[in-house]
Design a protein around this ligand. Structure first.
Ligand code: ADP
Ligand code: MG
Length: 334
C-alpha cells in the first residue's frame, strides 16, 4: 500500500458490551445484574443481549446500536495492535481460467479470529480466491495454506478434514428449493455429523432464532424474501459451528435497511463466536465499518491489505476511486 497513514497513538481497549450499554445511558447496572442472574440460571444460557431484550430493558434496535459501537471500538483498536496469527495464507497463487489470468501471483493473509473483507470490482477474482481457500479450486502455481496445512499437499481425505473447519455462504445463497427452511439448515448436520434427530432439531431451532427466523421452519425458499433467504443461508453456515466462515456477498441485492440488518447480524455472530470470517462485499463504504481487516483485489492482484481504518484512508487513486465510486480515475469503465 502506498503512502503513510495516520493511526491514533493510543486507542483505549474496547469496552465490554455491558459497559457500552451502561455508558450510553441505555441501561442501569441493576438491569445488567438481573439479566446476568437469569443467564446463570439457564442450563443452556441465552446471550445476554437476548435476555435484556426479553426482559424489556432494551429494544432490539438499541441492542444493535450498542453492538455497532462496541465493534467500532474494536476496529480502531485492531489498527494499533501487532498483527494476529494467520488463519489462511496465499503464497504466489496464480490461476488462469478460460485462458485468462484471474489470480496473478497473489500473496495474502487472513488474520485469525477477525473479520476480513475482500473488496474490488466485479470479475476481479474475489469468488475464485474464496474457492481456493476452501480447496474447491487449486492454484496453477503457488501455495494455499490453512493453519499449518498446505492444501496442495493433502490427500483427498485430509483435504475433506480441513474443509470441515469451514463453512461457506455462496453468492446467491444456494438454498435447496425443494427443502423447507428447517431442512435446509439441518442439511449440513445430517450430512456431516452423527447427531441424533432431537439434537439436530434443537441446534436448528436455536440457530434460526439467532438469525431472527424462529417462526419460519416450514417455509420453502420461494416463499421467502431476499433478506430472509440470506438469513437462512447464514443459519446454515453457522449451524455446524465452523472455525472459519466464508461469506460471498451476503448482502448483494438487498435494500439498504436489510443490508444493515444483515451486517449487524454478522457482527453479532462474530462477537459471540470469534470465528475467523472472510466477507466478499460490494457494500462500499459501509463494509469498512463491519470488518477489522480489508483486502483490495484488483485485476488479479492484491492492491492493498491492512486494518479497515487504515485502508479507508489510503491515498492510492484506485482505492479512492473504488471507495467513492468515481467514474474518472485509473479504473476504466467499459
Ligand atoms: N469456473 C470458471 N470457469 C471459467 N472462468 C471463471 C470461472 N469462475 C470464474 N471465472 C472467471 O474468473 C474471473 C473472476 O471471477 P470471480 O472470482 O467470480 O470474480 P468476482 O471478483 O466478481 O467474484 C471472471 O472473469 C470470471 O468470468
Ligand atoms: Mg463473486
Amino acid at each position: 500500500m502506498s503512502g503513510p497513514t495516520h493511526i491514533p497513538d493510543s486507542v483505549a481497549l474496547p469496552r465490554l458490551l455491558g459497559e457500552v450499554l451502561v455508558g450510553s445511558g441505555r441501561l442501569t447496572g441493576d438491569q445488567i445484574a438481573a439479566a446476568l442472574a437469569e443467564q446463570t440460571r439457564q442450563t443452556e444460557p441465552d446471550l445476554i443481549g437476548e435476555i435484556l431484550v426479553r426482559q424489556g430493558a432494551l429494544t432490539p434496535a438499541e441492542l444493535m446500536t450498542a453492538l455497532a459501537t462496541r465493534f467500532g471500538e474494536e476496529r480502531a483498536h485492531y489498527a494499533t495492535q501487532p498483527p494476529p496469527a494467520t488463519a489462511i495464507r496465499f503464497e504466489g497463487v496464480e490461476k488462469s481460467l478460460d485462458g485468462r489470468k484471474v489470480l496473478d501471483r497473489v500473496d495474502l493473509e487472513i488474520p485469525e479470529g477477525k473479520i476480513t473483507a475482500i473488496i474490488g470490482v466485479s470479475g476481479g477474482g474475489k469468488s475464485v480466491s474464496l474457492k481456493h481457500m476452501i480447496g474447491l479450486m487449486a492454484p496453477d502455481r503457488g501455495r494455499v495454506i490453512v493453519g499449518d496445512r498446505e492444501l496442495g499437499r493433502l490427500s483427498r481425505k485430509e483435504l475433506l478434514r480441513v474443509r470441515e473447519r469451514f463453512s461457506m455462504l455462496f453468492q446467491g445463497s444456494a438454498l435447496f428449493d425443494s427443502m423447507n427452511v428447517f431442512d435446509n439448515v439441518a442439511f449440513p448436520l445430517r450430512e456431516k455429523t452423527r447427531l441424533d434427530p432431537a439434537t439436530i432439531a434443537r441446534l436448528v431451532r436455536k440457530t434460526l432464532g439467532q438469525v431472527g427466523l424462529s417462526g419460519a421452519n416450514d417455509k420453502f425458499p420461494d416463499e421467502l424474501s431476499g433478506g430472509m433467504m440470506k438469513r437462512v443461508a447464514l443459519a446454515r453456515a453457522l449451524v455446524t459451528q465452523p472455525e472459519i466462515i466464508l461469506l460471498d456477498e451476503p448482502t448483494a441485492g438487498l435494500d439498504p435497511i436489510i443490508e444493515n440488518a444483515i451486517h449487524h447480524l454478522i457482527c453479532d455472530t462474530y462477537l459471540r463466536t470469534r470465528y475467523t470470517m472472510v466477507i466478499i462485499s460490494h457494500a462500499i463504504p459501509h463494509i469498512f465499518n463491519w470488518c477489522h481487516h480489508v483486502l483490495v483485489l484488483h485485476e488479479g492482484k492484491i492492491l492493498a491489505s491492512g486494518p479497515a481504518v487504515v485502508v479507508m484512508q489510503s491515498p492510492d487513486p484506485v482505492i479512492q476511486q473504488f471507495i467513492h465510486g468515481s467514474l474518472t480515475g485509473p479504473i476504466k469503465i467499459v
